[in-house]
Design a protein around this ligand. Structure first.
Ligand code: M6R
Length: 596
């Protein structure tokens, strides 16, 4: 969703705001804008990416300001609807991430009171509400305005002739960065890493005043809140491209290390420090969105196989409104960002229904960590590319660990089985490295098929959700229409779509579904469709059935989704590259979806 930043210090605010904002561009790139307060109020905004804003804007002297990069929800992606938005007197500027759900009614009464609106956005009502309430103290005015709005938000407000930023949040991320003689605000810590690694996370309904030498937080009833700063261990380098042409490629290549870090120390300590001491569960429900949902679908197979616990998986936005009768006593919420509104809502709902909740998250201190009973961090490091890659692989790593723990608690895993699982887990980074070493081959194949408009991905069992994830990566960044199917379902409808124009990527590793997969592959090739198989090394049979083959190291099939997804990520990446797509910033998509 949108990204917001703020700066109050001794240096010129404009270049720092712009620099921080660029690191948030993955959150939206429909328009961008900046406001610098202090002497009067200077405001400049423009439609399009931050680079467009940068190329047009004048110098804006001043040491306090806010900035915004937008992913349009309410109101078209125009310059008028870009943030910051200001009030009638042009003395207040506001940036917002989220949605004000009651803005229509508020707008009507503000218009009746004589306020003039310049945009179609929901955000602008907040500028006028603060304007109406501003009698002296900006924190008071923001607090009073907040009482009138419903929805989700992170707001930051500056006013002419004031050296302060007032900000607040509800269900949208907001973090304060602490510097020496300067302080910062942002939607995400990665924006601030160049300037500081000491941060304070603002919580729902708190209002914070940030000046160059102070940060004071008020709770929902106006009480002063003391909160220790957290030290962020991610480095600036982690959040930069490091010589790769795109964040996505860098993040794909980081996977051996990311998986290693994700498992590090945990395999050994699981016995003495289990996730669930003494708990055993009769069923598990996994809840997530997008790529994290696909990780959950793979997780179902992992948990059912290793822990023998029936597991269901649901999309967060569906779970929230589904009947209580389908509950499970353990609800696992997977979210890379930890800020996805639908998943946060699902976490609250799961707790309300009396379930134990576990979050699998990547961002330390993110909102999900406050909504669940236990957190398993994926330790993937910052993921900037909009397409989730290393966070998917590390979510799987976390799910293997979780399933092992549940299996131990349920007494279904023998010591020998555990030894064999941990051995396989330790080998995963090498299996992924093998795939990365073949990137040139995958690129050549992606180039060969880059003219296709439709592409199908098929798999069976645990590799069915991997096919779904391959299709999502493909459509998300290359704009090729990718569809994932359980291979056995083709004959029930999707075969009607298969033709020589539509390549089929078939995951065909040697497991108990292999023979059936060969049958499904034949169904496709009989209709003229080119088939590209992802198969184990040493499988000599597969080449007879398909046009092209990409090989992964032979490992126990339950672990195969990890190297296979890396094949499909590279496939999507090189397809998008061949088609000249904006890989890290696909159209209409934002990395963190903080609206429902
Ligand atoms: O941060 P989350 O894991 O909760 O995000 C969920 C989805 O929005 C996300 O996985 C999305 O599908 C990815 N951009 C896909 O690559």
């Amino acid at each position: 969703m949108c990204g917001i930043v703020g700066y109050a210090g001794r240096r010129e605010a404009q270049p720092i705001l712009l620099d921080c904002l660029k690191r948030l561009e993955y959150r939206g790139y429909d328009s961008a804008g900046i406001a610098v307060a202090g002497k009067g109020l200077q405001l400049f905004k423009s439609k399009g990416e931050i680079a467009v804003l940068e190329s047009k804007m004048p110098r804006m002297p001043g040491t306090v300001g806010i900035a915004h990069t937008r992913w349009a929800t309410q109101g078209k992606p125009t310059t008028e609807n870009a943030h910051p938005l200001d009030d009638c007197s042009h003395r207040l500027a506001i940036v917002h991430n989220g949605i004000i759900s009651n803005f229509m009614g508020l707008k009507e009464s503000l218009v009746k009171d004589g306020h003039r609106f310049a945009s179609e956005t929901d955000t602008e009502v907040f500028a006028h509400l603060v304007e109406s309430e501003l009698k002296g103290d900006l924190v008071d005015a923001v607090s009073k305005a907040l009482r009138q709005v419903e929805g989700t938000y992170a707001f930051a407000v500056v006013a002419a002739d004031r050296s302060e930023i007032v900000a607040t949040r509800r269900e949208s991320p907001l973090v304060v960065g602490l510097g020496e003689g300067e302080n910062f605000l942002a939607s995400d810590v990665t924006a601030l890493l160049k300037y500081t690694n000491r941060v304070v996370y603002i919580q729902d309904d708190e209002v914070v005043r940030v000046t160059m030498d102070s940060v004071s937080i008020r709770g929902p009833s106006g009480e002063l809140v003391e909160r220790e700063a957290q030290k962020i261990t991610w480095s600036l380098e982690d959040a930069e491209k490091g010589g790769y042409p795109h964040f996505m490629l860098k993040e794909i290549f980081e996977q051996p290390d990311a998986i290693h870090d994700s498992l590090l120390g945990r395999i050994e300590t699981l016995e003495t420090e289990p996730f669930f001491q003494g708990d055993s569960f009769t069923s598990v429900k996994v809840v997530a969105c997008g790529t994290s949902y696909h990780a959950g679908l793979v997780g179902k197979y992992i948990i059912e196989e290793l822990a023998k616990i029936p597991t269901t998986v649901q999309i967060s936005s569906e779970y929230r409104y589904s009947p209580v009768a389908r509950e499970s006593p353990l609800v696992v919420l997977i979210t890379q960002s930890g800020e996805t509104a639908d998943t946060l809502g699902a976490a609250r709902e799961a707790r309300k229904r009396g379930n134990k909740t576990v979050g699998i998250a990547n961002v330390v201190g993110s909102a999900i960590t406050r909504e669940v009973d236990h957190v398993i961090y994926t330790r993937a490091g910052p993921e900037i590319g909009v397409a989730a890659t290393k966070t998917f692989a590390t979510q799987l790593a976390a799910l293997y660990l979780l399933a092992m723990d549940l299996g131990v608690q349920n007494r279904v895993l023998t010591a020998q089985a555990k030894r064999s699982i941990t051995g396989s887990l330790r080998n995963l980074p090498r299996a992924v490295q093998d795939v990365l070493n073949q990137a040139h081959l995958i690129e050549a194949l992606a180039n060969k098929y880059s003219g296709a408009k439709d592409m199908f991905f098929i798999g069976r069992g645990i590799n069915y959700p991997v096919a779904l994830e391959g299709a999502l990566k493909t459509k998300e960044i290359s704009y090729v229409h990718g569809e994932g199917f359980p291979a056995g379902e083709l004959k029930h409808g999707p075969l009607a779509l298969i033709s020589k124009e539509s390549p089929v990527v078939a995951i065909a590793v040697k497991d108990h579904t292999y023979e059936r997969m060969l049958g499904n592959i034949s169904e496709c090739s009989a209709r003229g469709s080119p088939v590209i198989a992802v198969a184990f090394e040493g499988d000599t049979e597969i080449a007879k059935y398909v046009d092209d083959t990409i090989r992964v190291r032979e490992i126990p099939p339950i672990f195969a989704p990890v190297p296979i997804i890396v094949v499909l990520q590279l496939w999507a990446y090189y397809l998008a590259k061949a088609k000249g797509c904006p890989i890290d910033k696909p159209r209409n998509i934002a990395k963190t979806v903080t609206v429902e």
